[in-house]
Design a protein around this ligand. Structure first.
Ligand SMILES: NC(=O)c1ccc[n+]([C@@H]2O[C@H](COP(=O)([O-])OP(=O)(O)OC[C@H]3O[C@@H](n4cnc5c(N)ncnc54)[C@H](OP(=O)(O)O)[C@@H]3O)[C@@H](O)[C@H]2O)c1
Length: 270
């Protein structure tokens, strides 16, 4: 990414916990000068102190961007310190789950360019995916800048609008937890069939990671990849008969789970 505007005007990171640190680590690896970054965080980690960024120091007058990475429940406390930067030249990018663009417009002024983003935890290993959408004042250049910064921790997709964010939250935002639970339960099922727990877990983690990598890298669709490993009347077919059951298998279960997450997102956003 071209960091020249950010290096000229500065970038503010509000909140440097798990997500903020993952992003900052990605930017510094991508050769953003630490001196261009201004971090606000009440309890900076040792790692953060060693990065050479400006820590809890006075902010530049008109930074290119403020990235908001505090928990939604801390927003009312953290954001008022940024209101001077609202209303025009500074882009605000929020990764806070559940905090709507309209809430930022209320707090920062309706003329503020705002991008709302929904990342996920594999960002911690550079394998995240983030969906973004902007308000009426967010230009293509603003979206490009937000996308460039978020690319530091994985892929980025652009939404048609904020109305799609609860669905994104339900698929990719919360999705890693579904996969972690799949790992727990597949390993437990392996143990029940006679494997030592450690080995069942190793087999399961490698299978999920390997299948995920194959699904991403292959030219074949996941459907074709599934068909490729399923011989008629074989072992995989026996399991898939259970898992693909329209009423009791994955189709109905995931439809219900994803719907519950999306509905909860809609409730929280009210
Ligand atoms: N983790 C995810 O998978 C994920 C996915 C999508 C979206 N998000 C969103 O990302 C945001 C950050 O999540 P996280 O997991 O990184 O949370 P986190 O680890 O708790 O990080 C939040 C950071 O903000 C700091 N903070 C608290 N009050 C502040 C204030 N007034 N001013 C400046 N900084 C303040 C916290 O410091 P203290 O800990 O010292 O209070 C902490 O270091 C959340 O809004 C979350 O919804 C996270």
């Amino acid at each position: 990414m071209d960091f020249s505007e950010i290096e000229r005007r500065g970038l503010v990171l509000l909140g440097c916990g798990k997500m903020g640190s993952a992003l900052l680590a990605g930017w510094l690896k991508g050769d953003l000068a630490p001196g261009a970054v201004h971090v606000r965080d009440p309890h900076p980690s040792d790692w953060l102190k060693a990065t050479g960024v400006n820590l809890n120091a006075p902010l530049p007058a008109s930074p290119a961007l403020v990235l908001v990475a505090v928990k939604p429940q801390m927003m009312a406390e953290a954001l008022p310190s940024m209101t001077d930067l609202g209303g025009g030249a500074t882009l605000f990018v929020s990764i806070a789950a559940g905090t709507k663009i309209s809430r930022f417009e209320e707090m920062l002024g309706a003329a503020t360019p705002i991008v709302r983003a929904m990342p996920n935890t594999p960002a911690a290993v550079g394998r995240g995916i983030t969906a973004i959408c902007g308000n009426d004042h967010a230009t293509q250049a603003h979206l490009d800048m937000a996308e460039g910064l978020l690319l530091a921790v994985g892929q980025v997709v652009r939404l048609e609008g904020e109305f799609q964010i609860d669905a994104v939250t339900a698929v990719s935002g919360s999705g890693p937890a579904y996969v972690f639970h799949l790992i727990e339960t597949l390993a437990a099922a392996g143990t029940a069939e006679g494997l030592p727990p450690d080995m069942a877990m190793q087999l399961t983690k490698a299978t999920v990671a390997g299948a995920g990598a194959l699904a991403e890298d292959s030219d074949d669709s996941p459907t074709q990849l599934r068909i490729n490993v399923t011989s008629p009347a074989g072992t995989t077919a026996a399991a898939l008969e259970v898992l693909m059951d329209e009423k009791n298998g994955f189709p109905a279960l995931l439809r219900r789970a994803v719907h519950a997450a999306a509905e909860r997102g809609r409730e929280l956003g009210k």
